[in-house]
Design a protein around this ligand. Structure first.
Ligand code: PEP
Ligand code: MN
Length: 356
């Protein structure tokens, strides 16, 4: 950290800052300018005390961080892309991953038909909510364990990995038995107890960005999971709240590209929740592939007009198959970009995070 001392501070007061820096476990390196002194505090900012408290001293003007607050999630600590293995499906590598399925699991017929259709159209992971985070307690809350059983059956029948949301720590042991990947929804991105709990499992985690989370908060949420020993994390941009309500959320595609620079973890886009409009799902999916996302997660329903949740943003089977066709040139473009990118240099071994 860098401690900036106010101009015209006496030597005694500068020495006091230097002593405090030592007490807090850093090695002080003062740099004396003509009118102002700065003290470089050498030490790992993530494991030592936070020196921002030194601004309580009247002679301290400001304290600046040098290191990022997240370590395990940062590209500095792992230059090569991490590949997350979800029941044999690799996310973060050369293949663009399609995750698809209904917002909520509603019935056996609905789920089995959807699984068959999305598989035929190129999806490799089946999504479906068993426990739903609904804004109103009077809206459909999900079928719970019955939905988990159906997801497992449908996933296994079609050879698809299964991802479903975990809303509470209490449900985690049961969900772990059925799912291949645990989804942390936007509303729980900063539920730190839940993040630690999924971090203590060896299941891959799909971490969705909070409704108003900064990129730094998003990466620190991933760091919570990683700090418990689980690095099988896929980040999901699903739109954030902004002043504009023309779309359900505002999809931060610049943030996706930035995440690809800042972290080695795979990044996917959820164009369904990001826009809340069926007509915008395909264009945003193409854009996601073009900016270097590692995949998309799309809501698909046999009859979107009858869906118990999020029908307005769900694709029909035909529309999903069409989307898969439309994606081809963008996915090829992404593969070309990957080959040109230094972060995927074949000389740097990728970290393969296995779900086993
Ligand atoms: C979902 O994917 O089912 C969901 C509820 O998404 P989000 O947490 O992004 O709102
Ligand atoms: Mn939904």
């Amino acid at each position: 950290m860098i401690i900036v001392i106010r101009p015209h501070t006496s030597k005694e007061q500068i020495d006091q800052v230097i002593r405090e820096v030592e007490i807090l476990g850093y090695t002080p390196a003062p740099i004396h300018g003509a009118t102002q002194t700065v003290v470089a505090a050498i030490g790992d900012e993530r494991t030592h005390a936070n020196l921002e408290s030194l601004t309580a001293l009247p002679q301290v003007e400001s304290v600046l961080r040098v290191q990022k607050r997240y370590k395990l999630a940062s590209r500095e600590s792992h230059p090569a892309n991490t590949l997350v293995d979800v029941a044999g499906v690799e996310i973060g590598g050369s293949k663009f991953c399609l995750m698809a399925g209904p917002c909520s699991v509603e019935s056996e017929d609905q789920l089995l038909a959807t699984a068959e259709s999305v598989k035929a159209a190129g999806a490799t992971i089946l999504r479906g909510g068993a426990y739903k985070p609904r804004t109103s307690p009077y809206e459909f809350q999900g079928l719970g364990e019955e939905a988990l059983r159906l997801l497992r059956r449908a996933g296994s029948a079609q050879g698809l990995g299964v991802v479903t949301e975990v809303m509470s720590e209490q449900d985690l042991p049961m969900i772990v038995e059925y799912a291949d990947m645990l989804q942390i929804g936007s509303r729980n991105m900063q539920n730190f107890a839940l993040l630690k709990a999924v971090g203590a499992t060896n299941k891959p985690v799909l971490l969705k960005r909070g409704l108003s989370a900064t990129i730094q908060e998003f990466l620190l949420a991933a760091e919570y999971i990683a700090s418990q020993g689980n690095l099988h994390i896929v980040l999901c941009e699903r739109g954030i709240r902004t002043f504009d309500n023309s779309t359900r959320n505002t999809c931060d595609l610049g943030g996706v590209s930035l995440l690809k620079e800042l972290t080695h973890l795979p990044v996917v886009v959820d164009p369904s929740h990001a826009t809340g409009r069926r007509s915008l799902v395909a264009p945003l999916s193409r854009a996601a592939a073009a900016v270097g996302a590692d995949g998309i997660m799309v809501e698909v329903h046999p009859m979107p007009e009858e869906a118990l949740s999020d029908g307005q943003q769900s694709l029909s089977f035909g529309a999903f198959a069409d989307l898969h066709q439309q994606l081809a040139p963008y996915v090829n473009l992404r593969a070309l970009q990957l080959r040109l990118s230094p972060t995927t240099d074949a000389a740097v071994p990728a970290i393969v995070a296995s779900s086993k």
